[in-house]
Design a protein around this ligand. Structure first.
Ligand code: CP3
Length: 342
């Protein structure tokens, strides 16, 4: 039994005294202790060493106090496990020296045995669960197949993922084979994460908003739906799509337990588009955390009043920015914890 089960209650749509709160990318660069570890160990060493992944996962729980932990890892361990080289270049971010841009490239991509390639993730989950001692739930995650394709084809981060889109529209057959391989790997991976002990999973469709509503169905949503179908009876699934407000209706009928929304969609619109049926998560603009702690408190109260305290998970609309003062992150979390309905 998890002692603080607010997140699990909210995911079931149960009445709560206040909403649960966590922050996307909460285990990261705005924490001084994280930066110390970053000086000593490169990114994938931190991911691959269960002791380090555990320490980083638990860090924000002890120092900032959210109601859930999210495993320290990265969405790009999936292409890595599929025989695609991925580096994390300091100052650049993800760097894939051999991007996949042809059918021959797609043919070289494996659907691996996740227990062989990604055992370090499952070991980190078991160790983290022990360390958390059932205080709060542990969230596991994966990128959406579309978002993984974006990096796999583009070879690095991008403002518009033009090469990824070019690949999809000029060679749709190869794109769909690649998307299906990523989907199959992701399903096996998330099932193994559940087996190892995660209590919730979140799918990050960080670049879904790059697609038109119709193309979103074709290149992203149908694969997200396959993953949700495969997981939903084992674990609550949170589907987060950045810039994907236009798909909230389909998403709300998908079997996902909750939908993540960003700050470009108002609470009212998000409730309307999702038919009021489903738990919503979000949507504080991460840049708003540059405000003073007292302003953050006011804005958080307003956000909760707009979403309503039930069927709601307080969160940012995207990942926390690296130069946010820890006390501002704490003000965000504390404001939710101190919330009482008017
Ligand atoms: O709370 C957490 O931080 C949990 C762990 C986590 C990381 N990445 C660690 C990380 C999670 C959930 C992710 C998800 C992720 N990774 C996404 C989806 C979420 C989102 O923000 O849209 C994406 C698109 C990636 C790919 C990725 N990894 C990028 C673009 C970068 C570099 C840019 C950046 O933000 O620094 C990374 C590196 C990365 N992943 C870092 C961390 C803490 C920073 C680099 C480092 O620590 O050396």
């Amino acid at each position: 039994m998890i002692k603080n089960d607010l997140l699990l209650k909210a995911l079931r749509g149960e009445t709560v005294e206040r909403p649960p709160v966590w922050m996307m990318r909460q285990a990261g660069r705005y924490l001084p202790d994280f930066m110390k570890l970053k000086e000593k160990y490169d990114f994938f060493t931190r991911c691959r060493t269960p002791e380090l992944a555990t320490e980083i996962t638990v860090m924000p729980i002890r120092q900032v106090g959210p109601d859930a932990a999210i495993l320290f890892s990265d969405i790009l361990v999936i292409p890595q496990a599929m025989n695609i080289e991925v580096e994390m270049k300091p100052g650049v971010g993800p760097w894939l020296p051999n991007p996949v841009r042809t059918m021959e490239g797609v043919n070289q991509v494996n659907v691996p045995d996740v227990h062989e390639e990604l055992q370090y993730v499952f070991d980190a989950i078991r160790m983290t669960k022990k360390e958390l001692n059932d205080e709060v739930p542990l969230i596991g995650f994966a990128g959406s197949p579309w978002t993984i394709l974006c990096y796999t084809v583009q070879g690095q981060g991008s403002k518009n993922f033009d090469l990824a889109k070019k690949f999809c529209f000029s060679n749709p057959e190869a794109a769909h084979i690649l998307l299906q391989k990523i989907t199959d790997t992701t399903i096996a991976y998330l099932k193994a994460k559940v087996q190892a002990g995660v209590d919730v999973v979140q799918l990050f469709d960080s670049w879904g908003g790059m697609l038109s509503p119709v193309d979103y169905q074709t290149f992203s949503w149908q694969y997200m739906q396959q993953i949700i179908d495969a997981l939903k009876d084992e674990v609550p699934v949170i589907a987060y799509g950045k810039g994907c407000w236009f798909a909230l209706k389909e998403m709300s009928e998908s079997g996902a337990a909750a939908l993540g929304v960003d700050w470009t969609c108002s609470a009212r619109n998000a409730r309307y588009l999702s038919g009021g049926r489903i738990t919503l998560q979000g949507n504080f603009d991460p840049a708003r955390l540059y405000s003073s702690p007292s302003d953050i408190r006011k804005m958080v109260n307003q956000m909760i009043n707009e979403f309503g305290k039930d069927a709601y998970i307080a969160n940012l609309g995207h990942g926390i920015l690296p130069d946010i003062p820890v006390e501002n992150a704490r003000a965000f979390v504390d404001a939710v914890k101190e919330y009482r309905p008017a």
